[in-house]
Every structure is written in C-alpha cells, then in structure tokens.
Design a protein around this ligand. Structure first.
Ligand SMILES: NC(=O)c1ccc[n+]([C@@H]2O[C@H](COP(=O)([O-])OP(=O)(O)OC[C@H]3O[C@@H](n4cnc5c(N)ncnc54)[C@H](O)[C@@H]3O)[C@@H](O)[C@H]2O)c1
Length: 270
C-alpha cells in the first residue's frame, strides 16, 4: 500500500547488492511512496549486474561510487543533482564491510590495516558522504539521512567482532555530524539499529543462524524483516519525522529492552 509519503522527494540509496539487501527493499518502498531515486554501490559490487533489475523497477540511474573515494562521491553527487535538477531530500547509507570478519580473524587478533579499511568503509564513509554533501551544499532543508547499525555497538555480541566498534563509530558520526548539519540546514541524521536479517553482509557473521533464532526468541514482536526496515526508513525520510535527529533508533521488535523471554527460559529448561 502506498501513502505517497515521499511524493516529490529525491534520494540517493547506497548499498543495494541483491534483492535481499536492506537497501534494495528500501529503494522499492521509496519508489512506491513516490520518491525519485539514484542508486549507487561500489564499482566491484556492480559487476554482478543485479542492481540493473532494481534500476529498471525504480526507474533510477545507477552511479557507481566507492564510499572511501572522495572523487567518486563528488561525481556521484554532481550527477545525482544534475539528474534531479536540484538538491537531495534523503540518503540511505546501507554500507558495511568487515575485513577481519571476512578473513576469519578473531577480535583479539585483528589485523590493523584491514581494521582501518573496515572502519573507513563501514563508519567514516558516512562522514565522507555527509562532508561531500556539505561542501557541495547538496542537501535540501529538512533533508533526512539514515545509516544502518546494530546493537553490538552497545552490548557485546562476541562474533560481531570488529564490526561492533565500527557500528559504535558510525552512530557517533551520525550524532556529531547531525549537530552541525542540523544547525546549518535543519538536516536530520539518524541511525536505525536493525534486527538481524539474512543478507550477504549479515551472513558473514559467524554462527549467524543461531544468532537469528536467538534474536527472534528474545524479541516480543519477533525479528524485524528487511521490508519492515524499509517501511521504517520511509517514515524517517518523510516530513512526518522532521524533528527527529541525532538518534540511534532501535528497530528490532523490542529486543533491545528485553532482559529475557519465556521462549528463552523454556529453551534453557529443556
Ligand atoms: N543484515 C543484518 O543482519 C543487519 C542488521 C543490522 C544492520 N545491518 C546493516 O545494514 C547495512 C546493509 O547491509 P545488508 O545486510 O543489507 O547487506 P548487503 O551485503 O546487502 O549490503 C552491504 C552493502 O555494502 C556495499 N559496500 C561494501 N563496500 C563498499 C564500498 N567500498 N563502497 C560502496 N559500497 C560498499 C556492498 O556492495 C553492499 O551492497 C549494513 O550497514 C549492515 O551492517 C545489517
């Protein structure tokens, strides 16, 4: 169902890799709600060509950009503004890469060069995106920027590894840039702390299936799906949430505030 919540709005969506991606689901919902879109991903991620299907459905151009490359980002914003014929109303930052996680390195033994890359791609990239928009004055008044995060930024989930630190930094960047951009142009910047979802990035975490079931049992509403997340992002891009900024917003079926559930107790007693 569409409510036309994003009618006339123009947005850039980072990170749609395949149809399971949270960014993919969100782009579809934004399109249904009347937004005009530009899609972007790392040039290497585009070689698979999957994103072209999404581009067709959402009638959006695809502009490649590596989020760690300032020239790519500048070109992306220039081309997006040219395509839209003006400024940008919303951005979804749905990007992450855990280099040490990928290479199977334990948290206590991380390689620091890889870790720097992890933090650059997963966290400081939000700063790079915002800085590019800031320098080019690319965002309209009341524009909304959303980054995706996970509760491992606040609580220990051992196998989330270095990504826990990366998410803590991502949330800090959203808060701190949110202050400056709020004052300058009423731009709001938030992170959505999402339930686990089986995507390419999600499945990279060791023991992901057990993790997913545990979260399901620990959440009074169950796990929030990627489509649920897309709906929530739509509300954050809409004018209905104009005064929400610098927040880390839990979108997790109640997981973050639950100590234990009967389902988990029953499991322990077996
Ligand atoms: N899946 C989950 O369980 C879950 C839970 C909470 C938060 N998140 C977060 O949601 C976001 C989206 O992840 P997803 O689960 O949809 O997985 P995904 O693998 O579909 O998306 C990750 C995206 O990051 C892109 N990317 C990686 N390096 C890049 C670079 N250098 N430049 C540009 N793009 C780059 C990938 O190409 C990919 O499209 C991530 O920030 C992730 O940490 C995921």
């Amino acid at each position: 169902m569409s409510y036309n919540l994003l009618k006339g709005k123009k947005g850039i969506v980072f990170g749609a890799l395949d149809e399971k991606s949270i960014a993919w689901r969100t782009a579809l919902r934004c399109h249904e709600e009347g937004a005009q879109l530009v899609l972007t991903n790392a040039p290497v991620a585009m070689r698979m060509g999957e994103i072209n299907k999404l581009a067709e459905t959402t009638k959006a151009p695809v502009i490649p950009a590596d989020v760690t490359n300032m020239d790519d980002l500048k070109k992306l914003f220039e081309e997006a503004m040219k395509h839209f014929g003006g400024g940008i109303d919303f951005i979804l930052h749905s990007v992450a890469m855990g280099m040490n996680v990928r290479k199977g390195k334990h948290y206590t033994e991380i390689d620091y060069n890889w870790n720097q890359k992890t933090l650059d791609i997963s966290s400081m990239s939000l700063h790079r995106v915002l800085r590019t928009a800031w320098d080019m004055d690319a965002l309209n008044e009341h524009a909304s920027v959303v980054g995706l995060t996970y509760i491992a930024a606040q609580r220990v989930f051992p196998d989330y590894n270095e990504m826990a630190d990366a998410k803590a930094l991502l949330e800090a960047v959203a808060r701190n840039f949110g202050y400056h951009y709020g004052i300058r142009k009423k731009v709001r910047i938030n992170t959505v702390s999402q339930s686990p979802v089986k995507t390419t990035a999600g499945s990279g975490v060791k023991g992901f299936d057990g993790f997913l079931t545990y979260a399901e049992k620990m959440s009074p509403l169950g796990n929030a799906s990627a489509d649920d997340c897309a709906n929530y992002c739509v509300t954050l891009f809409s004018d209905l949430t104009k005064m929400v900024t610098m927040q880390n917003l839990f979108h997790d079926g109640g997981f973050s505030f639950t100590g234990v559930t009967q389902a988990v107790i029953d499991q322990m007693e077996k």
